[in-house]
Design a protein around this ligand. Sequence first.
Ligand code: PFF
Length: 457
Amino acid sequence: MERENFGSKFGAILATAGSAVGLGNIWRFPVEVGKNGGAAFILIYIGCILLLGMPLMLSEFIIGRHTQSNATGAYHRLAPGTPWKWVGRLGVFAGFIVLSYYSVVAGWTGKYAVMAIGNQFAGAEPEALRTMFNDFASSPLEPLVYLLLMLVLTHVVVVMGIEKGIEKCANILMPSLFVIIVVLVVCSVLLPGASEGLAFMLKPDFSKVDGSVVLSALGQAFFSLSIGLGCLCTYASYFKKTTNLTNTAVSVITVDTLIALMAGFIIFPATSAAGMPLDSGTMGPELIFITLPHVFQQAFAGLPWLAYIFSVLFFLLLIIAALTSAISMHEIVTSYMKEEYHMSRGKAALVETAGCVVIGTLCCLSFGVLDDVRIMDRSIFDFCDWIVCEFCMPIGGILISVFVGWYMKKQWVKEEITNGGTLRVRLFPLFIFILRYVAPVGILLIFLDQFGVFKAI
Ligand code: PFF
């Protein structure tokens, strides 16, 4: 039977951009910008994307498209009988864990969209919003219902297949996401008092920059571009042989960065218009589920109907972003189960969804009844996030760069990137140099920093 493919090159770009654009852009990026010196962080982040993000994304594309195989099968084919297959296995494991806890937050965005539609933030003070969020997140049933809903939605799209499910869904959702975000940016920057927020994002404050800021930028770049878990490798295995990998990577990275910046252009101007501090670095769920509903009410104080529309659109935007990313995480595991264990797509997806329901439930309850269960001093949710972001992603990144830079035959790499010699790639030697030296060393620094082995500046 012929292997599935994306139907069009544009659809492939939209689906891959759908994976990259997620909660990482709309939630995590503005938090990092707020904490780390505004435009100074943005400049460093863009540097990281160009220097490491781009070569690593291309590397995953090369592995995936060359082998037309799932994340683990790809290494089987390129390096049979060697331990390299463990890079793929690490990705599949991480893909499973990341989907489990990401769906919990995706579920919260679902609940908040429903609340926004019901106009439940109107007139609520920050304390009331805090209680609202804490009561919801710690309740034993409601967040589970939303978690299940998100997982079922993801499951249905994945079961429908690459072209009819994932690509079709991206073709509808990504343009909608773009329209919503443009509307929100325009509304936000036109608010009276928005200029302070804009200036915060545009004027670099280098006094906040130290080694740890650079490392945060690297971590953010990885998460935002879905690097290191075999997700890009899996999607690239469905690219056509005529797809220009370099152009696709440039398009995906441009869209991802643009959306992250636009999220900042929504959040900072609205925050300054509401008269709230810009650099408080409110971490975690607080920003999205407590601060922003208040910010929107305050910013549009004289125009409650606009505050209503703004809140509804914002949470809709989050759901779309989360869903397209969740789908890509699901596909890493589904394609692995399908191809390595010869299952049907439906059965493979069911195994993945069922596993995520179990781990996701544990993560969900770790905000309530399982609050006091600690693994290495962390809640179950935080432990899962830690394992993926600070362990699997950097290790995956180092191994992928070493694999393509040192192990894979240069001729294969070149053939893949030039589509069999039909495209000119002028920066090929630079690409290989980065993969051999810059990427492994750079990422190793992030990794060691997490454990305090190496301390940045
Ligand atoms: N890039 C996604 C985001 O920014 O939210 C998160 C993500 C998706 C990470 C897919 C890893 C992955 F494999």
